[in-house]
Structure formats: C-alpha cells, structure tokens
Ligand binder design. Structure first.
Ligand SMILES: [Zn+2]
Ligand SMILES: [Zn+2]
Length: 263
C-alpha cells in the first residue's frame, strides 16, 4: 500500500509515456524533487527487499544476502573475472546482436527480492535501489560513442500493463535517463502479442516464446542511434536478443542491455 501511494506521487511513473526527465521544465523537475523529499520524510525507512523497518534502503539481513556483480568483469557479458583482461568462459552466443550486457545484482537472494517487490508491490525504495545500482553498473560504458545512446524499455504487453497499473521497465528507464543524463525514448518498442513469462516451467523454448512478439515504432528517432535496452531481469537473454533484432532491423546501429539482475 505504501508503495502504491508513493507511485501515485510520481506522475511520470504512470499514464501516458513522456520523454525523460531532461525534457521537463525546471518547475516540474523541482516539484518532483519536492515529492521525493516529502515521501522520504513522511514514510518510515523500510527495506526495499523485505519491507521491514531499516536504517537504509536495505536491512542488514538483506544486505548480507545481496549478491553484487562487480568489475573486474568481461567487457561483453559482465561475467566476473579474477583479473581484468582474463579470458571469459561464458557463452557469448546468448548475447547475439548485443554489444554488451550489464547487471549489478544476481537474481538469487536479495536481487530477486528487490525486483519482485518493485514489480509486484510497486515499492519505490526497491525501485530506487535498483535504479541507483543499474546506473553505477553502466556509467563507465556510457562514454565515447555511447554518450548519446537512447534508453529503450522492454515493454509489457498493454493488457499486462493495465492489470499491473505501471510498467516496471519503463519506470526504470525514465529513472535511469535522469541518473545518466541520457534520453529515454518512450514507445520505441511494443509487444504485439502476449507471451508466457520466460521463467514459466511450461515454456520449453524461450526463444520461440518471444519470437515475433515485438515491433518498433518511431523508426525515424531510432535510425543510426545506439540503444541501451532496459529490463528488470536477464535470464537466457532470449527477450533481449529478440528486441535487439527488431531494433537493428529498424536502423539502430548498436544495442546493449542493462538489467537490474541476471540469473
Ligand atoms: Zn530486508
Ligand atoms: Zn563474457
């Protein structure tokens, strides 16, 4: 309930897609910051992963069970390496069509709890914890040719979005646009059909489950741009590969993937 109230206080998290924070007028930005501060003052600090009262964004127990993925890591897939420059033994075919992938947390333990609490309860503490960590994980990559990259969210199907009341990846993309100073392009991808959740045991082939499930709009805005795809969890990479293929067919020059967790 606390989460739902807080989400209502962030108008851009709901309703009609808009541009990133960079496009808001100064008075509106100020109003949003005021809302954030009021929420922080009015609501008692709770843990973003378990909801218990805590002195910070995570309680001691959840901090102990948080599996961070940190450099040194493979520059392509972010698999942790003993030393920078070591050979990565991960299968990079899972990232076909993607320049690189980053995620700050493993899904096991607290990372998954944060994502579920954000997705299912709309807890803003969980969202802010994920957004902050995602921004740190990719900040070093958003330089050089990627400094003008567009952020594009992996979308929910319209019906699922209506049921949930918000789209968790879209909200993260807006938050990341503000944190990283990049542009979020709303409505760049849409789901053309409902798919089973990729983690559902009835899904025998994750690639087939999402094949042909996405389409692009705004081709003119996407042409010759680099895109950082935003999603909550990367499992097999099938969803990101499918989105990357569709984006590249629309003229995007390179696609990278940023998720909160990876399994
Ligand atoms: Zn906790
Ligand atoms: Zn690798």
């Amino acid at each position: 309930m606390v989460g739902k109230i807080a989400i209502l206080a962030f108008p851009a998290a709901r309703g009609k897609p808009q541009g990133g924070m960079n496009h808001l007028g100064p008075w509106r930005r100020g109003l949003r910051e005021l809302c954030r501060s009021l929420i922080e003052v009015l609501l008692p600090p709770t843990c973003g992963a378990c909801g218990q009262s805590s002195g910070g964004p995570l309680c001691g127990l959840c901090t102990a069970h948080l599996q961070r993925i940190r450099p040194p890591w493979c520059p392509r897939c972010a698999e942790p390496l003993l030393l920078a420059g070591d050979r990565c033994r991960a299968d990079h075919r899972t990232l076909t069509g993607l320049a690189f992938a980053r995620a700050p947390f493993a899904y096991a333990g607290t990372g998954g709890a944060l994502v579920r609490r954000w997705k299912l309860d709309g807890d803003p503490v969980a969202a802010a914890t994920l957004g902050r960590a995602m921004a740190i994980a990719v900040a070093a990559d958003c330089l050089g040719p990627w400094r003008k990259a567009l952020l594009v969210a992996v979308p929910l199907h319209a019906e699922r979005r209506r049921q949930r009341g918000f789209d968790q990846a879209e909200w993260l993309a807006r938050d990341l646009a503000r944190r990283l100073g990049l542009e979020y392009l709303p409505g760049a991808l849409r789901r053309t059909r409902r798919t089973m959740p990729q983690g559902d045991p009835r899904v025998l082939s994750r690639s087939r489950n999402v094949a042909g499930a996405f389409a692009t709009a705004r081709a003119r805005d996407l042409a010759d741009r680099r895109v950082v795809l935003i999603d909550d969890v990367r499992t097999s990479g099938a969803t990101a590969r499918e989105c990357a293929q569709v984006l590249r067919a629309a003229g995007v020059s390179q696609v990278a993937l940023l998720t909160a967790c990876r399994s």
